[in-house]
Ligand binder design. Structure first.
Ligand code: ADP
Ligand code: MG
Length: 285
């Protein structure tokens, strides 16, 4: 199946049944920073829900890439979910099993992910994956979906069901062009879904030779909703400790940028700031 071929519309997961927040991330190109952002967004969501008065918020990352997902390795966690579970059929996957298959990280984030396996995305039964997502949406306060770029029934459903869908790009013309093409293809197929552009590794005080946020707006066709700074050291340290960045470098710029995005998506900022984050206005002026 080609990257942008759209299969028949699957039933979206029923996350609205209990009001779980669902945030989905996809990269415009490989290595855009999806897994890192998914993990830190999970930690940030947990922290912000707590400040909002949710007692012991339960947040789960679901890694939807069964070929080469890397959430488990970023967090140094073992897999409990197996490819046999993902082939077992929708009827066998309920909330109790889904809860048992999630691994709890020391940071209290839960992870539903299988060990990566060659051809894993071709071998899983899509209805089992949808059933797992459905069950997870009834267990957790928030789901963070690490969505691979290939187009499968469950990636389709994840995007359709998400409250927010972030398309992550780098500040290069090919990456921005890929983001635009993908966003337009998705909106063509699912006209209720609009990707929100997130500029990763975006340097506010950029060199003249670098692309600016205005260039990104022009290339993508809409303004980005958020920018995430480059912070190789914090990300490197976090990965090598098997931790979210917020557990290792809590005061880093990366964490602050992800907190700002999460707060906006959780609706903790004014409408005005929602469409134009403060940093973005300053850079674009
Ligand atoms: N904002 C950032 N600043 C610096 N390095 C980053 C940033 N975001 C991601 N990275 C690095 O880029 C690499 C790919 O990130 P990853 O999250 O695995 O991307 P993806 O899931 O899109 O393939 C990793 O080495 C990660 O540490
Ligand atoms: Mg990844």
């Amino acid at each position: 199946m080609s990257d942008l071929e759209i299969p028949d519309m699957p039933q979206p997961v029923s996350h609205n049944a209990n009001g779980a927040q669902v945030f989905a991330f996809m990269g415009a190109v490989g290595g855009a920073g999806v897994t890192s952002l998914s993990i830190q967004t999970a930690l940030s969501t947990q922290k912000l829900l707590r400040t909002r008065g949710v007692k012991d918020p339960e947040v789960c990352i679901i890694d939807l890439d069964f070929d080469c997902g890397s959430v488990l390795s970023h967090l140094d966690l073992p897999a409990r979910l197996t490819h046999a579970h993902l082939r077992s059929g929708a009827a066998t996957i309920d909330a109790a099993l889904t809860s048992a298959l999630a691994v709890r990280h020391a940071s209290d984030i839960h992870v539903l992910a299988a060990a990566p396996r060659l051809s894993g995305n071709d071998e899983v039964d899509p209805s089992s994956v949808l059933s797992m997502m459905d069950a997870a949406s009834t267990i957790y306060d928030a789901l963070i979906l690490d969505v691979p770029r290939m187009w499968r029934p469950w990636t389709h459903a994840a995007i359709a069901a998400a409250d927010k869908f972030g398309l992550i790009t780098e500040m290069t013309i090919p990456s921005l062009a890929a983001a635009r093409a993908r966003s337009e293809a998705i909106t063509d197929q699912q006209n209720n879904v609009q990707a929100e552009l997130i500029l990763n590794r975006y340097e506010r005080r950029a060199m003249k030779s670098n692309l600016s946020a205005k260039d990104a707006t022009r290339a993508f066709g809409r303004a980005p909703v958020a920018t995430i700074c480059p912070d190789a050291q914090s990300l490197h340290d976090a990965m090598n400790c098997g931790q979210p960045v917020g557990c290792v470098h809590a005061d880093s710029r990366y964490v602050k940028d992800v907190d700002a995005l999460t707060a906006m998506w959780l609706g903790l900022k004014s409408e005005d700031n929602k469409s134009k984050p403060r940093r973005w206005r300053r850079r674009a002026a």
